[in-house]
Design a protein around this ligand. Structure first.
Ligand code: SAM
Length: 233
């Protein structure tokens, strides 16, 4: 029996027009779609006029499902892995299944598309030549401050995900540890109706975020020490 394949399918982070045509072809041919929230994926399938079997693949059941799905792929099934938005495996479930497939020599084919970190960084005005993606910071203030202290002299642009519930607390900790003048950029609701980029000194950006709406999703980026947006060359 020929081997199947794992397709890692990236989906829009807000704007459905960002859906790559290859996504529809891949999903149409999948024997099974493993996805985070089946209701979210059913909406996408409906939009594409497709009906495919789905299975909920979440952080809580990833350990159990990863070997099971890899086994099914080794027996010839084509499985597509999706998260609710963006790239599966990036601050979302997926890594374990990819590792399982790679360790068994099974094919893993990416179907690339939007990712919040890369999209935010590219449009931020902060250096893009080398960056450190850390995903979500710990929820506790003490751990977050420790993170900023440890990365104070980082030569890389830091790229972080943050929720609307914690965005102001995160910026408070950032300003306290790195200072009001540290160059940062906060991106909110990228590709959506209320897309906003706030680049500038941390103190001013915090004020703008505080005075604006904190609804939605955020990416926080921190430039290396000494970098200013007005630099030339
Ligand atoms: N796998 C996704 C990716 O490839 O970007 C990330 C999933 S992670 C669970 C969700 C976080 O990504 C949000 O809390 C936010 O920090 C960031 N994010 C996702 N979509 C976004 C958007 N449209 N604008 C700003 N940040 C976004």
């Amino acid at each position: 029996m020929p081997q199947g394949c794992l397709h890692l399918v990236a989906t829009p982070i807000g704007n459905l027009s960002d859906l790559a045509p290859r996504v529809a072809d891949t999903l149409a041919e999948a024997d099974l779609i493993a996805c985070e929230d089946t209701r979210v994926t059913h909406k996408l399938l409906q939009h594409l006029g497709l009906q495919r079997p789905t299975l909920s693949y979440r952080e809580e059941n990833e350990k159990v499902l990863a070997p099971e799905l890899a086994q099914r792929i080794s027996q010839g099934e084509n499985i597509a892995l999706l998260s609710d938005a963006g790239f599966p495996g990036i601050s979302d479930p997926g890594f374990r299944l990819v590792r399982e497939c790679r360790s068994r020599g099974l094919p893993v084919v990416p179907v690339p598309g939007p990712n919040a970190a890369i999209t935010a960084l590219a449009a931020s005005g902060l250096p893009t030549d080398s960056f450190l993606f850390k995903g979500f910071l710990p929820p506790k203030t003490s751990a977050r401050k420790r993170f900023f202290t440890e990365h104070e002299a980082s030569p890389y642009t830091l790229v972080l995900y943050e929720s609307r519930h914690r965005i102001l607390k995160c910026l408070d900790d950032l300003v306290e540890v790195l200072g009001e003048d540290r160059c940062i950029c906060v991106a909110r609701e990228i590709t959506k109706l209320h897309e906003t980029f706030h680049p500038g000194p941390a103190g001013k950006v915090r004020e703008r975020v505080r005075n604006g709406s904190q609804k939605g999703e955020f990416v926080v980026m921190v430039a290396k020490e000494g970098y200013q947006l007005t630099e030339t060359g």
